[in-house]
Design a protein around this ligand. Structure first.
Ligand code: BG6
Length: 488
C-alpha cells in the first residue's frame, strides 16, 4: 500500500495517525470580465487574516520572572541536537520586545494573531503552585494586541512541556500529564478568557509525538517502542479532551476551543471520482491516531488492526472525553504528504512515491503542492462535518538573502503563498467553511532542530542585532489582506 516516504510522511505512517473529498468545478477566470474576476478571487467577507508564532520559538527570557525549564530548553542544550548548535535562550527576545512586535503585526493589516502560552511560565513545575509573573507577560501582550485592534488566538501547548513533568512521570507517557494539561488549560482560560475568545489546545500532535517520543529527533528525544508510542498519542488526545472540558468549565461563556493539527495531507494524484474517494479514505485512516478519534470518538478498525498488540489501551469513558465537541478545527497546511490513487485492496488507496525532482521550498520536507490548500480543508469538512476551519498555519522557508539595497526580495515565498492562497480561495468560493488563515510566521525565529538556519518570517530577523526588517512578502500579504483577494 505504501511506497517510499519522506521523514514527515513516515511520521504519519508510524503513528498511523486521520481524513476526506468532493468534486470541484473551478471557474475559468480567463473568460470572465474583470469585475467578476475580482469577485471570483475574493475571500468571504469577514474572513480572518492572521499570522502565527509560538512561545519557545520567539520569546527568549527563559530564566526570567520564575519561568520553569521546558523539555526544549533541555533538548536544545544537548550537544548535537540542533543543527546550528543554537537554542531558544534569546530567540527573538520577544519577551522584551513584544510592543515592537505588535507594531509589526499591525503593520501587516492582519486582524488576528495566533501565539502560544509557555506552560512552564505559568506552572514552572507543570502542576502545583502557579507563577503569577508568568501569566503577567501574557496579560501585557493581550492588552497591547487589543489596544491595536488585533484579536488574540492563544495556543496552550506548542511543545514546551515543563521538564519537571517529563522527569516525574515521563511527560506524555503518562495520563498524569493529560490531567496536568487540563488543569493548566482551565487555569489560563479562567484568567484570560475576558480577552481571548479562541483557544487552540495542542499544536501538531502528529509531529511532536512521533518526532519527540518515536524517533528522538525533537524534545524530549526518546525512541519508544510502538505500543508505548501509541499510548503517548492516546494520552495527548485525552489531554486535548480534558482541556476542552476544563475550558468549558472555567472560561467565560462563548469561549471557543479546538485543536491545531498538522493533518496528514492526502490528495488525489489525478482528480477522478475514484481517486478523490481514495483520498477521503486515506485522510481518515492516516489521521486515525488523533484527528479522527477526536472528531468521531472512535479509533478506526483499520488503525486497530494495523496496531495489533501495540494498540493503545483505552476505555469508553476516555473516548467520550477525547471527542468532547470542538468549536473549530485548526489545520496546519504546508506540504502535500500523500498523493493517492484508488486501489482494489483494503483500505482502498495506494500512495504514490514522490519523484526526486518534485519542487521544494528551502526545507527538505517542504514540497510545494498548492492544491493541498484546496483538498485538505474540503475533504476535512466533508468527512468530519466540520463547520469552522482555521488554517492555523501555512507558510514557507526561503533563503531570504539581503539584496545590495538592503531589501529581501523573497519572490519564492510569494510564489508559494500566491498559489496556496489561490487554492484556498477556490475552496472558500465552493463554500468550504474556512473562516481564517494564520500565516507562519510573523518573523524568523528558532526553527526547532534547524535553529536559526531556516527562515519562515514575513519579517527578517538579524539574530545578532535582533533588528526586524520587512521582506517583500510582508507587502504582498498586506496587499492580499487589504483587498481580501488573491492578486491574480
Ligand atoms: C510547524 C510548527 O510544524 O512548522 C512550527 O507548528 C514550525 O512551530 C513550522 O516552526 C516549521 O517547521 P520546521 O520543522 O521547519 O521548523
Amino acid at each position: 500500500m505504501f511506497g517510499k516516504f519522506s521523514r514527515r510522511q513516515f511520521a504519519r505512517l508510524a503513528g498511523f495517525s486521520a481524513l476526506g473529498m468532493a468534486s470541484a468545478t473551478p471557474q475559468d477566470s480567463a473568460t470572465q470580465p474583470a469585475s467578476d474576476r475580482r469577485a471570483s478571487t475574493s475571500f468571504p467577507s469577514g474572513f480572518i487574516w492572521g499570522t502565527a508564532t509560538s512561545a519557545y520559538q520567539i520569546e527568549g527570557a527563559v530564566k526570567e520572572d520564575g519561568r520553569g525549564q521546558s523539555i526544549w530548553d533541555t533538548f536544545s542544550h544537548t550537544l548535537g541536537k540542533i543543527r546550528d548548535h543554537s537554542n531558544g535562550d534569546r530567540a527573538d527576545d520577544h519577551y522584551h520586545r513584544y510592543k515592537e512586535d505588535v507594531g509589526l503585526i499591525k503593520g501587516l493589516g492582519v486582524k488576528a494573531y495566533r501565539f502560544s502560552i509557555a506552560w512552564p511560565r505559568v506552572f514552572p513545575d507543570g502542576t502545583g503552585a502557579p507563577n503569577p509573573k508568568g501569566l503577567d507577560f501574557y496579560n501585557r501582550l493581550l492588552d497591547e494586541l487589543l489596544a491595536n485592534g488585533i484579536e488574540p488566538f492563544a495556543t496552550l501547548y506548542h511543545w514546551d512541556l515543563p521538564q519537571a513533568l517529563q522527569d516525574r512521570v515521563g511527560g506524555w507517557q503518562s495520563s498524569e500529564t493529560s490531567k496536568a494539561f487540563a488543569n493548566y488549560a482551565g487555569y489560563v482560560a479562567e484568567r484570560l478568557s475576558d480577552r481571548v475568545k479562541s483557544f487552540f489546545t495542542v499544536n501538531e500532535v502528529g509531529r511532536f509525538v512521533n518526532f519527540g517520543y518515536g524517533w528522538g529527533i525533537d524534545a524530549p528525544g526518546l525512541k519508544l517502542p510502538p505500543a508505548t508510542l501509541n499510548q503517548v498519542h492516546h494520552n495527548v488526545a485525552l489531554g486535548h479532551g480534558l482541556a476542552v472540558q476544563a475550558i468549558r468549565a472555567k472560561a467565560r461563556a462563548g469561549t471557543k476551543v479546538g485543536p491545531a493539527e498538522n493533518i496528514a495531507a492526502c490528495l488525489p494524484a489525478i482528480d477522478t471520482p475514484e481517486n478523490i474517494r481514495a483520498a477521503e479514505i486515506a485522510t481518515r485512516e492516516l489521521n486515525a491516531g488523533f484527528l479522527n478519534v477526536v472528531l468521531t470518538g472512535k479509533y478506526t478498525d483499520a488503525f486497530l488492526k494495523y496496531a495489533g498488540k501495540d494498540a493503545p489501551k483505552f476505555t469508553d469513558d476516555e473516548l467520550k472525553i477525547i471527542s468532547s465537541p470542538n468549536d473549530f478545527v485548526g489545520l496546519n497546511i504546508y506540504a502535500p504528504q500523500f498523493y493517492v490513487v484508488a486501489s482494489e485492496k483494503a483500505p482502498g488507496f495506494d500512495v504514490l512515491p514522490f519523484p526526486a525532482s518534485f519542487p521544494r521550498m528551502n526545507s527538505d520536507w517542504l514540497r510545494v503542492g498548492p492544491e493541498t490548500a484546496y483538498w485538505v480543508p474540503k475533504l476535512s469538512a466533508k468527512i468530519w462535518n466540520i463547520d469552522t476551519i482555521y488554517i492555523s498555519e501555512n507558510g514557507a522557508s526561503a533563503d531570504d538573502k539581503i539584496a545590495a539595497d538592503g531589501n529581501v526580495y523573497d519572490l519564492d515565498r510569494i510564489m508559494y503563498l500566491r498559489n496556496y492562497l489561490t487554492q484556498l480561495q477556490r475552496a472558500t468560493a465552493e463554500g468550504v467553511p474556512v473562516r481564517g488563515y494564520f500565516l507562519w510566521s510573523l518573523m524568523d525565529n528558532f526553527e526547532w532542530i534547524y535553529g536559526f538556519d531556516k527562515r519562515f518570517g514575513l519579517y527578517r530577523v538579524d539574530f545578532d542585532t535582533l533588528r526586524r526588517t520587512p521582506k517583500l512578502s510582508a507587502a504582498f500579504y498586506r496587499n492580499i489582506i487589504a483587498r481580501n483577494a488573491v492578486d491574480v
